[in-house]
Design a protein around this ligand. Sequence first.
Ligand SMILES: Cc1ncc(COP(=O)(O)O)c(C=O)c1O
Ligand SMILES: [Zn+2]
Length: 387
Amino acid sequence: MNVTHLECAACHLRHEARRLHNLCRECGKPLLVRYDLETAARSLTKESLAGRRADLWRYREVLPVEDDSNIISLGEGWTPLLPAPNLGKLVGIDKLYIKDESQNPTQSFKARGMSAAVSMAKELGAQKLAVPSAGNAAGALAAYAARAGLECFIFMPRDTPRANVIECEQTGAHVTLMDGLITDCGAEVGRRKEAEGWFDVSTLKEPYRVEGKKTLGYELAEQLDWTLPDVIVYPTGGGTGLIGMWKAFDEMEQMGWMGSKRPRMVTVQASGCAPIVRAFDEGKRFADEFPNASTVASGLRVPRAIGDFLILDAIRDSGGTAIAVTDEELIEATREIGAAEGVFCAPEGAACLPALRKMLETNEVETGETVVLFNTGAGVKYLEAFS
Ligand SMILES: Cc1ncc(COP(=O)(O)O)c(C=O)c1O
Ligand SMILES: [Zn+2]
């Protein structure tokens, strides 16, 4: 076990690792896990990975669980990085890939974060887990909590896709549907958690979901033979995947696996809920709450993100950008990607395509560059959006 401590992402205050934490006790910002990477790198080598398990736990030395018996796994991670030559031809990118996260347990990339978070919650003695969710995080938490034998309390907006509600019910969670948005659900968890004895696993309000999600970055590098793409296009709500990948690139550099060159990180949001895009355009480090948030890409309907500054720092430090696309564009893109490559994307993932087109129009990406689009979930969970 190589974890040394948790560190506040804003004020850098050190927190002890071996107990349950939410936010920084001084400033209320997210905590990040720090490792002794020198020790990790002794056994975690590029060569050592060859014979390892085909899920995210292959990167065991840079994951936080101490005792292997606490790992709660349903086979998450190690999803295919699919070459997308047909789509590439359509848009004019020679080396275009889709990282297909719909092939995770519970059909979205949320499985990565929840596998790590639930494993740690179990290891550190939590009994009841609670989460506000736009849908996919709820489905993932319900599944992993069931497997861990922990009780789970889910709060989702009433208009969350039906598939997400049903999957939570069928995996034994207590489901509450609320009028309002994910922020209202988060406030409800915050109000009740102490009295109910819940551990709050809201994204970035606990330190381990980002550890599961960072394996996206390790996998990308490994699947591209220890290079990184020029551009990563990522549909952003709370931003955990983007923040996680950015952390992974740093860790890999510290372990001597790569240099300081980074992909340009591109955040995609829906124009009906684009707080990060607006903050990026206005040159702000923190994003104001987006009023009247609305989009069929439910995972992008996050009007306020506690990790806003981490997303915006990564975009800017990488020379990336932030782009909003309309619901019409992202729904049309779902059919286009499906017809070109046979991947029925979640609308959030499909949003990457119109964003890429906009970047091509403004010469922010060139034909010869390697571009990875993130399909973060499965289109079949959003039947309402396509009818
Ligand atoms: C399919 C899908 N894509 C993207 C997102 C946004 O993810 P993040 O909150 O990590 O930015 C979500 C979140 O619910 C999602 O369900
Ligand atoms: Zn702090």
